[in-house]
Design a protein around this ligand. Structure first.
Ligand SMILES: Nc1ncnc2c1ncn2[C@@H]1O[C@H](COP(=O)(O)OP(=O)(O)O)[C@@H](O)[C@H]1O
Ligand SMILES: [Mg+2]
Length: 200
């Protein structure tokens, strides 16, 4: 993440931030939620630790980091309030997806959300596991489904919704997206997601 101009976050302007000095901590401290996706654990750990201490919720997506850094990625997960991960990447740790999610949960997060493509998503918490179905829809291109799910999920968190409602909103946003070609085209508005949910 780099600061570009006021209220404008440039995410992915370069592949990955290479040194801690590139993190703009003062900008970060103005946020309510910090979402970390692919990042060198060694570069971001200090800053995200400070953000957490400052009361900012940390949400991380373990997926890509697991492919890039293996178990080293679990350091970011351990500091997170919530961890999202795709089942495909989670299975890099072991065949037992639920068991792997529970072992990440034991490192500290309040919940792990595992996304499983057309099989939906799963909320893994200390008090049990709950599944949220994917919506049956016409599939044109699933590129970016996980990112759109996450965007919808975090949108819900900012609204103060409970985790399952956030997952359902994210699933609906992702279901709309998979109906169009490309990672960005087909991104729905809040109203479109609400309309979709009222029809399903
Ligand atoms: N074929 C599909 N039909 C309906 N919903 C889907 C489909 N693929 C993905 N989704 C939705 O998007 C979410 C994230 O998708 P997933 O495939 O797990 O992520 P990724 O983009 O990392 O492969 C799923 O949990 C589901 O809600
Ligand atoms: Mg997928």
């Amino acid at each position: 993440m780099m600061r570009w101009k006021e209220d404008d976050l440039l995410v992915g302007g370069k592949a990955l931030i290479e040194s801690p000095e590139e993190m703009d901590l003062s900008y970060l401290m103005k946020s309510r939620i910090l979402y970390v996706r692919e990042a060198y654990p060694s570069v971001v750990l200090d800053s995200i630790g400070l953000a957490r201490k400052g009361g900012i919720s940390l949400i991380s997506n373990l997926g890509v980091n697991l492919s890039l850094f293996g178990r080293e990625a679990l350091k970011i997960a351990a500091m997170s309030d919530l961890v999202l991960v795709g089942s495909r990447e989670l299975s890099l740790l072991g065949d037992d997806i639920v068991g792997e999610a529970i072992s990440i949960l034991k490192r500290g997060p309040k919940a792990i959300i595992v996304t499983m493509g057309s099989k939906g998503s799963m909320l893994v918490k200390e008090d049990g596991i709950k599944k949220v179905s994917a919506f049956k829809t016409k599939v044109i291109d699933t590129t970016g489904a996980g990112d759109v799910f996450t965007a919808g999920f975090i949108f819900g968190l900012l609204k103060g919704w409970d985790l399952l409602t956030c997952m359902r909103f994210g699933s609906a946003a992702a279901a709309i997206k998979v109906g169009s070609f490309g990672a960005r085209s087909g991104l729905p508005t809040e109203k479109e997601v609400m309309g979709f949910l009222s029809r399903h």
